[in-house]
Every structure is written in structure tokens, then in C-alpha cells.
Design a protein around this ligand. Structure first.
Ligand SMILES: [Fe+2]
Ligand SMILES: [Fe+2]
Length: 132
């Protein structure tokens, strides 16, 4: 079993977004198994996270989604946390094991919660604007 598995409970009812979430989970799993090049794994995760958040936010603006502000704040918090961990990782004498453990639990818990609660809230709005 993978570290984090996508299942139907994560569906936001929009195929393109579901695919991005699946890709995100795959990168989190890569991160989990990539014990050797932590730096690269964090970078890969960060750049995909950035791409994904921008996709969601582009639709929020386009559709005038009512929770745009608070949702973007959550994204911002998440990116900042990953960047902080990345910065720690670049320091000398770093305890990579500790950082990756912290990162893993943060990423997994946060993303599950974020998709299950916040992302699912935009389904109705996205559907109303024809995104399926
Ligand atoms: Fe998302
Ligand atoms: Fe989101």
C-alpha cells in the first residue's frame, strides 16, 4: 500500500482537478520513498503544488468563488510551510530524517484535510460554471 492513496472520498467531481490531486499524491509517495535526494523531492513537490494551487485559484477568480480569500490563505500557509522545511533542508548539519518525517506527516495530513473539506466546497461552484 502506498503512503497516501487517492480514493473516491477525495473526488471533487471535476476530472482535471482529480487528476492533479492524484499526481500530487504520487509526488508525495515519491517523496516518502526518496530517502536519498530529499532536496530534489521537495523541489518537485513544491513546483507541482504551485502549479496545482494556481489552477484552482484561476477558476476561483474566473467564477467569482465566494471563499476565494480563505482558500487562498490555506494554500499560502501550505506553501510557506513546505518552503520553510526546504530552507531547513539546505542548511548544513541538517537532520534529514527529522525534516522528512515532519514534512511527510504535515503534507499527508494537511492535503487530506484540505481536499476533503476545502476543495470539496468549490465543487458546486465549479459545476455551476460547467467544469466537470
Ligand atoms: Fe486541491
Ligand atoms: Fe485547494
Amino acid at each position: 500500500m502506498a503512503f497516501i492513496d487517492w480514493d473516491e472520498t477525495y473526488s471533487v467531481g471535476v476530472e482535471m482537478i482529480n487528476n492533479q490531486h492524484k499526481r500530487l499524491f504520487a509526488l508525495i509517495n515519491d517523496f516518502h520513498s526518496a530517502k536519498s535526494n530529499l532536496e530534489q523531492a521537495i523541489q518537485d513537490l513544491l513546483s507541482y503544488v504551485d502549479f496545482h494551487f494556481k489552477t484552482e485559484e484561476k477558476y476561483f477568480e474566473e467564477f467569482g468563488y465566494e471563499k476565494t480569500g480563505e482558500h487562498k490563505q490555506q494554500h499560502h500557509f501550505y506553501e510557506k510551510k513546505i518552503k520553510d522545511l526546504y530552507a531547513q533542508c539546505l542548511q548544513e548539519k541538517v537532520d534529514e530524517g527529522k525534516i522528512s518525517a515532519e514534512m511527510e506527516s504535515f503534507v499527508k495530513d494537511w492535503i487530506s484535510q484540505h481536499i476533503h473539506i476545502s476543495d470539496k466546497e468549490y465543487s458546486k461552484c465549479f459545476h455551476e460554471h460547467g467544469l466537470k
